[in-house]
Design a binder for this molecule. Structure first.
Ligand SMILES: Cc1cc2nc3c(=O)[nH]c(=O)nc-3n(C[C@H](O)[C@H](O)[C@H](O)COP(=O)(O)O)c2cc1C
Length: 385
């Protein structure tokens, strides 16, 4: 499906959805942290005396540690990207979330949609995010996702794309909280794993109702509430409203996670310390700096994170593209790799010129050759400097 990126992403977006090999779907192992004990009953977040959120919290019975998460991004956070981020930031990513998944497609057992829920064991804990507006369908699809091994089901209440909202899903649920309430009730009846919601600030300025919706969601068993501090109308303009996110935190007992505009590790630490939240989610900042999580961890330990060279940046993008090509159908891989490559190189020194080359590259191999060549050039520049 189309998604947030069409409307909202400030960059050219990757095209098409991933077709991850079905055999890479990891089945839920016996060491699962989910289960009846993990029923949707969010524990209040740990708060040490100083009021600064501790490095972790629980969603239902699932420990999220550290309290820094990879935000869901349609067209981006497929299994390859999530695993890439986890591996690049050992022990520094508390939770990863899938792209938003259509409950209609999942419930009718669409193969491509099932493949979008593929994951590798070391991605866990993993939240699978669903969008839809029919409580029965949502419950049906959530049960499928649970069977596929989700640790947590997240309900998308933020997607602004008209094709989603006009059917009442995504940010449309912010306009009709009673539909969200019925969805959460259906999930409560169906799931044994925790469920969470990801809200926007509201639909528009006249209805910044995240606080009310969060209270309702908590009452209906949501075990964590993530808030992107912008309204649907704002899309990605202006600044995310972290004051509103803090208001949501004050209004509920379940953990609240803030999302919006964390582009550097220092900004992440600032939000963790002063954002009044239990944790943060980082989306676009990971495209420019896939190592942002380990940098946050270093800063929290009082260390200075090492500078990542331009060469290493190009090679990391190359490695991610190779990974995509290994698991996706070639027709899908090229579009996805192009979109992702273009988004990521723009943050690397000299990236604008390479972006143009990548966008015209006829194949994944050609794209990789461009990246590798620039990695070597960057290495020489680094030596000469
Ligand atoms: C390209 C793109 C795709 C996104 N897709 C999703 C999505 O599938 N589900 C969702 O809840 N939010 C989605 N978002 C919103 C992000 O999760 C996040 O809340 C938002 O980008 C603000 O955080 P950031 O400034 O760290 O990116 C998307 C954002 C971008 C840029």
């Amino acid at each position: 499906m189309s998604d947030e990126r069409n409307e909202t992403a400030p960059d050219p977006a990757p095209r098409g959805h991933g077709e991850v090999a079905a055999d890479s779907v990891a089945r839920k192992g016996s060491d699962s942290t989910s289960g009846p004990m993990a029923r949707a009953c969010g524990e209040p977040a740990d708060q040490p005396d100083g009021g600064v959120p501790s490095p972790g919290f629980a969603i239902g019975g699932i420990r999220i540690e550290p309290n820094v998460m990879l935000a869901p991004m349609s067209g981006i956070t497929d299994s390859a990207y999530r695993a890439f981020v986890k591996e690049g930031n050992p022990g520094a990513v508390g939770l990863v979330v899938t792209e938003l998944i259509s409950v209609e497609a999942l419930a009718r057992h669409d193969l491509k949609t099932h493949r979008m829920l593929s994951y590798l064991p070391h991605e866990r804990p993993l939240a699978m995010q669903l969008f839809g507006a029919q409580p029965a369908r949502m419950a049906e699809a959530a049960a499928i996702a649970q069977d596929l091994g989700a640790d947590i089901i997240d309900v998308n209440c933020g997607c602004p794309a008209p094709k989603v909202t006009k059917r009442g899903g995504g940010a449309g649920l912010m306009r009709e909280p009673e539909v969200l309430r019925d969805i959460l009730r259906a999930l409560r009846r169906t799931l044994t794993i925790p469920y969470t919601v990801k809200l926007r600030a509201g639909w528009d300025d006249a209805s910044r109702n995240a606080v009310e919706v969060a209270r309702m969601a908590e009452g209906e068993g949501a075990a964590m509430i993530a808030v992107h501090g912008r309204t649907r109308k704002e899309l990605y303009s202006g600044d995310a409203d972290w004051d509103l996110i803090a208001e949501v935190k004050s209004a509920v007992r379940v953990p609240v996670v803030g999302s919006g505009d964390i582009m550097t590790a220092a900004q992440g630490v600032h939000r963790l310390q002063d954002g009044g939240v239990d944790g943060v989610m980082i989306g676009r900042g990971t495209l420019g700096n896939p190592w942002i999580f380990r940098e946050i961890a270093a800063l929290r330990r009082g260390e200075t994170p090492p500078v990542v060279s331009s060469r290493a940046r190009f090679l990391a993008i190359d490695a991610l593209i190779a990974r995509l090509a290994a698991v996706l159908h070639p027709a899908t891989a090229i579009g996805r790799a192009r979109g992702l490559g273009c988004r990521m190189v723009k943050y690397v020194h000299g990236g604008a010129q390479i972006r143009a080359l990548i966008s015209r590259a006829p194949s994944v191999d050609a794209m990789r050759a461009i990246l590798q060549e620039h990695a070597e050039r960057a290495a020489k520049d680094d030596l000469a400097a």
